[in-house]
Design a protein around this ligand. Structure first.
Ligand SMILES: C[S@@+](CC[C@H](N)C(=O)[O-])C[C@H]1O[C@@H](n2cnc3c(N)ncnc32)[C@H](O)[C@@H]1O
Length: 311
């Protein structure tokens, strides 16, 4: 009797084919059975993770859009965009930019205002609805293309060497394979193209737990955690260290140009300081701290601007 069991690992349910030839009795060795159980378990976990990420951004697009209006949300957007603008080429009109996991379109619209032709790729239709409204309101709709899709499918969507700029802000925390996304992004960049990557910084989670929540146990755990808790929508969020992010960039043949920290002290200011009234002063201080390595090491977010390494 021969048994042929095939597993296909996709983002969607496991497919198993079993052909039993010659007898209706199926004999699996203990190790085969263990492998089968582990595979099913891994798939259930993967599916659960992907669908919870999808659900989060489908159901909570409103919550996210509201967050971006708060001083914390604005600071993250404004600080990251200021870093990107420092390195943008002067003549941008003809350049094609991609905002990968671009969400509500807050940054895609800013790029379009600078003259970029921007494609915003996102897996959440409600997020894309926000982006559509934002592009219309800013009167840049003719320069913004909205694409509903998966970051993992990037390499099939854009020609190699076709993009002048890629934003990848707060996306890698949620994808199944951040290294693969970075490799595809690097391939899509043209020779002088720039990629901007913003990710959650693990040391920042330690300070947040200790200083914001006063949770010393969580602070200790965060020292070595690969995942944190997403306070806005619940669920897990991948944490990055400078070392693992730099290793991923190197593997994707991306060369770091600058590394900055985003939101270093603003989350921990005493309540006597109004985040809204003092926004400009907080922004200025954050800009200065963010470019100093001794402070950026503990920022809430790490921001890297990189180019494709010469081939
Ligand atoms: C935290 S939001 C960041 C949005 C935007 N980049 C910003 O900085 O405001 C993450 C976005 O990535 C999208 N996203 C998450 N996983 C994705 C995936 N695998 N493929 C495409 N988009 C994804 C979500 O729908 C959401 O809009």
């Amino acid at each position: 009797m021969s048994v042929d069991i095939r597993f296909r690992f996709t983002r969607h349910p496991l497919s198993i084919t079993a052909h039993a030839i010659g007898s209706s009795t199926l004999h699996l060795s203990q190790s085969d059975l263990l492998l089968l159980i582990l595979s099913i378990y891994a798939l259930v976990l993967m599916n659960k993770m992907s669908s919870s990420v999808e659900k989060r951004f489908q159901d909570d697009a409103d919550k996210y859009a509201t967050y971006l209006e708060t001083p914390e949300g604005r600071l993250r957007l404004d600080l990251a965009f200021a870093n990107v603008q420092e390195l943008l080429p002067q003549a941008t009109r003809s350049l094609h930019a991609l905002d990968l996991g671009g969400g509500t379109g807050a940054l895609a619209v800013r790029l379009a205002r600078l003259g970029f032709h921007v494609t915003l790729l996102d897996m959440s239709l409600p997020m894309l609805e926000y982006a559509k409204r934002a592009a219309h309101e800013a009167e840049v709709a003719e320069r913004v293309v909205l694409k509903h899709g998966e970051a993992a499918e990037l390499s099939g969507l854009f020609d190699a060497g076709s993009l002048g700029l890629i934003l990848c802000h707060n996306l890698l925390e949620f994808v199944d394979d951040p290294s693969a996304v970075l490799r595809s992004a690097a391939r899509a960049l043209r020779d002088s193209g720039l990629i901007s990557i913003l990710v959650r910084n693990r040391p920042g989670e330690v300070l947040k737990a200790a200083l914001l929540s006063g949770d010393l146990a969580a602070a200790q755990n965060s020292l070595i955690a690969d995942w944190g808790e997403e306070s806005l929508y619940g669920g897990r969020v991948r944490l990055f260290t400078a070392e693992n992010l730099l290793a991923m960039l190197e593997e994707a043949s991306l060369e770091v140009i600058v590394e900055r920290g985003v939101r270093i002290v603003s989350d921990y200011l005493p309540p006597t300081i109004s985040r809204a009234d003092e926004y400009e002063r907080i922004f200025d201080l954050e800009r200065k701290l963010g470019s100093r390595p001794e402070f950026s090491a503990v920022a809430r977010y790490t921001h890297i601007l990189a180019r494709r390494a010469v081939r």
